[in-house]
Write a protein that binds this ligand. Structure first.
Ligand code: IPD
Ligand code: CA
Ligand code: CA
Length: 276
């Protein structure tokens, strides 16, 4: 059987590791921190350099593909949503990086006609590369991984979430009753890199993840990982996830998906605002 997207996978891994070396070299040594949508939405020269190095490689080997990178949104090449579109988050976890918390990742995904089919999430500080291709399973440094099927209830689950960098979206997040969620599960984490948190759900280290007001490059790679690891991904009302401009996501080992959705009881009354 021929497995599709193998050339794309090798290049995405190569690009993620190259950008990862840059991030590792600059941790604790980066110079300039700027802000984007608000004071808490940070960007560094490392975000831009890492994205430049990934985009150059993708353009060189796949000149016909569209590329949407977080830091050059207005400047992407090709036609997003067309046949083949790359989603690049060169440094997911910039706030951790800036503060010196060693938890961040490079996230690269490929979507075919709008459906994410390939995901690479690379943790440059632990040298862990999570990869998945639609229909071919998920791997960590080449070894097969799967979501943790030994946990079937929320009360035994270790959950993870995140808080929007753009403070304008925090009222959306506050629609969730955190006290209720914490009372229903083993415990709740917020580790600061959506892509790596999704990879941890795929690898069975965490049972479930949710976050509101994310962007396609935060989740596209991680969603392929979770699905290929046997987990389930949906929006906050349990419908299939679309890689639109704004993403509300729930991803679990599959067994607790419905119980987590019930617990979150999402009744959204506010739209996502601004771009972060
Ligand atoms: C952020 C991280 C974080 C999440 C934020 C994202 P960035 O991405 O994924 O975990 O909570 O909502 O914006 O800005 O570090 O690439
Ligand atoms: Ca991100
Ligand atoms: Ca980023």
């Amino acid at each position: 059987m021929t497995i599709k997207y193998q050339d794309e996978l090798s290049l995405a891994v190569q690009a993620a590791r190259k950008a990862g070396r840059l991030i590792r070299d600059k941790l604790y040594r980066h110079r300039v921190t700027e802000t984007k949508s608000c004071l808490s939405d940070l960007v560094t020269e490392v975000d831009r350099e890492a994205e430049g190095c990934i985009v150059r490689l993708l353009k060189q080997y796949f000149p016909g593909h569209a590329i949407i990178g977080e830091e050059q949104q207005g400047n992407c090449t090709g036609e997003p949503g067309g046949n083949m579109t790359w989603y690049v988050d060169p440094l997911d976890g910039t706030t951790n990086f800036v503060f010196g918390v060693p938890f961040c990742a490079v996230s690269i995904a490929l979507a075919d006609h709008g459906v994410p089919v390939l995901g690479v999430v690379h943790d440059p500080l632990r040298e862990e590369t999570f990869t998945a291709v639609q229909g071919a399973g998920a791997r960590l440094n080449g070894s097969t991984i799967s979501a943790d099927k030994s946990i079937a209830t929320l009360e035994r689950s270790l959950l993870v979430t995140g808080y929007p960098g753009n403070i304008a979206n925090r009222p959306r997040m506050h629609q969730i009753n955190y006290r209720h969620v914490i009372d229903c599960c083993n415990n709740l984490r917020a580790l600061g890199s959506a892509a790596l948190e999704l990879a941890y759900v795929a690898g069975g280290r965490l049972t479930g993840f949710w976050e509101v007001s994310l962007r396609p490059w935060d989740v596209a790679a991680g969603m392929v990982l979770v699905q290929e690891a046997g987990g389930t991904v949906s929006n906050l009302v349990g419908q299939p996830l679309q890689i639109a401009e704004d993403v509300d996501i729930v991803a679990t080992n599959g067994l607790i998906q419905q119980e987590l959705l019930n617990c979150l009881s999402w009744r959204n009354e506010l739209p996502t605002v601004g771009v972060s």
